[in-house]
Write a protein that binds this ligand. Structure first.
Ligand code: NDP
Length: 257
């Protein structure tokens, strides 16, 4: 699998934490000889530390570029590719992972700001990132080539009370991903969706506005997945022979079945 990833340039959004961070490390471990990783998120200092950790672990066969990018800001996303150093622009794989959930509230009580930030990040951010890299993919080979890997959620399939906005954003990701895959049929541009169930990350800390005790309570009495569990599946999907599309995958811990 590592051989198939060799020479690739990979962009990961939301690489400063959780699933994104683990995915960066997993790509590096799987293909340590010739890889470029563009790690994006808002926390640039954290990204720099992660880049240093990856280099320490696998050596300099993996080149890592930390890049500050807020996917909820369309102007940052639209200028993203042109701001990359030239040798980093030939992107092969985009992992659209950046996302968040804000608050647990019944629909009438949801703050407008919380609605907007979830759609701007989880939906518009993901669409804008896709639009930013598609011209690169389409210009490659006949009909195009590249991987778009979107991180949805079980919440996009099974909405829950108190999470209407987050669930709606992930359902939107699902529709967008399915339609895009159909638009790109018969090209070598693979459109992949991976929908995690419960994974223990900073996700819940963000959901409860930094309240760690409430976040920890989410995982009490159950065994959630780890970010590495999802990272392994993302890298596995990207490492398949190019005619193989792992289009749609739901992954959850056994207690959540
Ligand atoms: P984390 O909170 O650990 O990581 C989220 C990442 O997204 C961080 O790196 C954060 O970086 C980044 N991010 C948030 N907002 C923005 C923004 N505006 N621009 C750029 N980056 C942003 O959560 P997870 O790793 O758990 O979540 C990753 C994905 O997995 C999300 O899409 C989430 O919806 C999905 N998911 C998670 C599940 C779970 O149980 N944890 C279950 C199902 C799906 P920074 O703050 O530095 O910008």
């Amino acid at each position: 699998m590592g051989k198939r990833l060799e020479g690739k340039t990979i962009v990961i959004t939301g690489a400063s934490s959780g699933i994104g961070r683990s995915t960066a490390a997993e790509f590096a471990r799987t293909s340590p000889n010739n890889l470029r990783l563009i790690l994006t998120a808002r926390r640039i200092d954290t990204l720099k530390q992660i880049a240093a950790d990856i280099t320490k672990e696998v050596g300099d066969g993996v080149k890592v570029l930390p890049f500050q990018l807020d996917v909820s800001k369309p102007e940052e996303v639209s200028s993203f590719v042109e701001k990359l150093p030239e040798e980093w622009r030939d992107i092969d794989i985009l992992v659209n992972n950046a996302g968040l959930v804000k608050g647990v509230a019944r629909a009438p009580d949801i703050a407008a700001e919380d609605i907007n930030v979830q759609f701007a990040t989880n939906v518009t951010g993901l669409i804008n990132m896709t639009q930013a890299v598609l011209p690169i993919f389409k210009s490659r080979d006949e009909g195009g080539k590249g991987d778009i890997i979107n991180i949805g959620s079980i919440a996009g399939r099974e909405p829950y009370a108190g999470g209407s906005i987050y669930c709606a954003t992930k359902a939107a990701v699902r529709s967008f991903t399915d339609a895009l895959r159909k638009e790109l049929i018969a090209t070598r541009i693979r459109v992949i969706e991976i929908d995690p169930g419960q994974v223990e990350t900073e996700f819940s800390v963000v959901r409860f506005y930094g309240d760690r005790s409430k976040a920890d309570a989410v995982y009490a009495g159950c065994e959630p997945l780890t970010p590495d569990d999802i990272a392994e599946i993302i890298v596995f999907a990207a490492g398949r022979r190019e005619n193989v599309v792992i289009a749609d995958t739901l992954v959850f811990p056994s207690h959540q079945a």
